[in-house]
Design a protein around this ligand. Structure first.
Ligand SMILES: [Cu+2]
Length: 399
């Protein structure tokens, strides 16, 4: 073996040893980080905002319950709450729907047990309220900026350029009314469109906007599901994934539905940072209406994948009573919070729970939602200028 060859082989051997040692050290660090309960500090991302203490990632907080006063949203309330606005009729008979959205960016809320986050919100919650109109209505949305930064609302749908909420930011203390005709029918979203977009969306300024077809849709148990995530350590990767704002919420509080009843879900993906998200339904299939802009389904499936901003309508019913999971079929997302349960009740058999094969404390779920009922009324806002916001009355169901 020549002298240069020996040098090369020696170099390769040293590199392999170095790689092995560093890999071992790295994996040890990761493991100890996951298992320890040490308190980390996060924040300082935005000048002027507090640096917060957190115990870090909680992958399955089945034993913890968020203090409702601190929770960023009540997911059970959000699920079936539709805001139809303050309704009036113009001289020519057009239905007018007035909504008020208040933007804020200076509050801290709990997004997972023990994890506090500087939330940027419309009307105090992530996601913001679900706005709903019928095609042809005149929609007027007044944005009041009670935050410390410029914000806007960009609606998806058809409208004039000056109502697009992209180039005109609303200054702190400012106010602007977006006005457009609700068209076409479908499921849409709204979000702040100020730069950097990643920051304004990542912190929570978004919600769902539904336009019903004039003739309506068949009666159903309707719900909204918005998929999101939280990057609580500001490394542009999500630490938590959720449907409707709180990781694992519907594992603790299964969504109760009736056997053979048509379920309609307005599903929206607002997930920042990750390129794709999806929804998988267990032991069943659903009709999927992409963007909800047609009355005939595009697909009959048990899974739908969406990129950020994509959405659609799911329709299904369960034949058999029992507990069924729904979750992202991206395992990482499912295990970091994007997992929930439907509890299908059999109206002819009250004792369906006895058949659920409860095998452990973890399965002994509490279905109570009452302790959450005041959560969203307990916002840390000044009450002045807030009266308009509470005029957005939740009515539920198709109006
Ligand atoms: Cu904004």
């Amino acid at each position: 073996m020549s002298y240069p060859r020996v040098v090369v082989l020696f170099g390769i051997a040293i590199s392999i040893i170095f790689f092995a040692i560093s890999t071992m050290l790295y994996s040890r660090t990761s493991l100890s980080d996951q298992n320890s309960s040490k308190v980390d500090t996060v924040g300082g991302h935005t000048p002027g905002y507090p640096i917060l203490k957190t115990t870090g990632d909680i992958l399955d907080p089945t034993s913890s319950v968020i203090n409702p006063k601190n929770a960023v949203v009540d997911p059970m309330k959000y699920l079936r709450e539709f805001n139809y606005g303050r309704v009036s009729t113009s001289a020519n008979g057009t239905v007018i729907r007035d909504f008020t959205l208040i933007a804020s960016d200076q509050h801290t809320k709990e997004v997972s047990p023990g994890v506090f986050y500087n939330v940027w919100t419309f009307n105090g919650t992530i996601p913001g309220p679900t706005l709903r109109a019928t095609e042809g209505d005149l929609v007027r949305v007044t944005l009041i900026n009670q935050g410390t930064k410029f914000h806007s609302i960009h609606f998806h749908g058809i409208h004039p350029s000056e109502m697009d909420g992209v180039f005109e930011g609303i200054a702190p203390g400012g106010k602007f009314t977006y006005q457009f005709t609700a068209e076409p029918f479908g499921v849409f979203l709204y979000h702040c469109h100020m730069q950097p977009l990643e920051e304004h969306i990542g912190h929570g300024l978004y919600g769902v906007y539904i336009v019903d077809p004039k003739q309506g849709r068949p009666p159903a148990d309707e719900m909204v599901m918005l998929m999101n995530g939280y990057d609580t350590d500001f490394d542009t990767e999500n630490n938590f994934y959720t449907v409707n704002g709180i990781p694992f919420y519907y594992m603790h509080h299964p969504i109760q539905i009736e056997k053979n009843r048509l379920i309609r879900i307005y599903l929206v993906n607002m997930l920042e940072f990750d390129p794709i998200n999806n929804f998988h339904l267990h032991a069943n299939l659903f009709n999927f209406y992409k963007t909800g802009t047609k009355l005939v389904p595009d697909e009959y499936t048990d899974i739908v994948s969406m990129s950020q901003g994509e959405r659609g309508i799911l329709e299904f019913s369960y034949k058999y009573p029992g507990k069924y999971m729904f979750h992202a079929h991206k395992t990482e997302f499912a295990e970091k919070g994007w997992t929930g349960l439907f509890l299908v009740k059999d109206d002819t058999n009250e004792s369906v729970n006895q058949n659920l094969n409860v095998t452990s404390a973890r399965n002994n779920l509490s279905y109570s939602t009452s302790n959450f009922s005041n959560a969203t009324n307990n916002l840390g806002y000044s009450t002045s200028n807030f009266s308009n916001a509470t005029n957005i009355l939740p009515t539920g169901g198709l109006k």
